[in-house]
Design a protein around this ligand. Sequence first.
Ligand SMILES: Cc1ncc(COP(=O)(O)O)c(C=O)c1O
Length: 374
Amino acid sequence: MRAIDDYIASFDEDLGYLNWAAFGPISPAARAALVADAELLATGRPEGIAATAGRTTEAQTAVAALLGSAPDEVTVHPSSTHALQQALTGLDGVVIASAAEFPSVTITLERAAAASGGRLAPRWIAPAGTRVTADAVIDALDPDVTALVVSHVDFRSGYRADLAALREALGKDRLLIVDAVQSFGVVDEDWAVADVVVGHGYKWLRSGRGTGFARFTDRARERIRPVLSGRIATAVEGLPADVLPDPALSAQAYAVSAPDPLAASRLAAGVAEIGAVGVRAVEDRLSGNVDVLLGIADRHGIDVASPREPAERAGIVVLAPADPQRVGDVLAAAGCQVTVRSGTVRVAPHAGTTAETLGLFDAALDDARQFTRS
Ligand SMILES: Cc1ncc(COP(=O)(O)O)c(C=O)c1O
């Protein structure tokens, strides 16, 4: 069997699951890694504890391989919001962000500014359709702007930002900080254009919670003070007791305390299976499923609010039926899991979503026909 077929065959979530943008049911590989390491940690034997000690490095190496970066530029965190805190609290100047971003961006930036003693200020923008385009950023630029923080794929509209265009709009001296939660592992991107990339493993990587990560380039390390840097983030070997060393000079400065090996092993397993198949192959299968969903929406005459162009989308399809709540109720009764929010129905398949699940969704929309059109 081809690697991509093995990967697709590993999806064993319930029939009707179309909510990958909210939570990714944990893959068999990540479950197996968790159980194996929990067993190793169950006895207290030094060799068991030592055997799990390398999981963080394995996760960093796997994430770095997909990012095209060095493993020591990658740090692991309890969540992507923790990783964003590391980036945003260390910034100076004016930072552009859309006011409609996921709260991991908006609230974290607001709190960082409040704690900065006037060093840092957000510049909120409200681009049309919550699409952070290069033009929207150029309109907000002035010499005070030091950085842009942006979701690669917007959680609400499904819009995939053009990172290369944003990089060009910012110029080389400003930082591009990217929340890749809704794209990492399922969009084949050139991450080198970003100075900081954060993500997590509990959606598209199928690794469960506790699996945040970040990549800080050398340029980011020069510009972002490691304000929240903790005890494992110094150059000192072993426990830095009775000394107060500076943060490490590498990206490892943006770490706090010893990571959870059970989270790191799940993350390593989830990322490694995508690495073995290739992100492009995963993206192609996912894109095929998105096309099927768009066809289903069109057949039912339901407005689609998310982008249709493959370059402007990832795995999120946003439907705007006449009565989203009633449509959501019918879908739930039929066993389809989606997110109903902000007057829309967000549907998110993965590469391994089956024809049966897409068929169930199609049939449920038949049942919801009185609520789909105005
Ligand atoms: C774009 C985006 N960023 C961040 C998050 C939250 O991530 P975490 O729970 O790792 O902080 C989400 C969760 O849905 C999200 O969609």
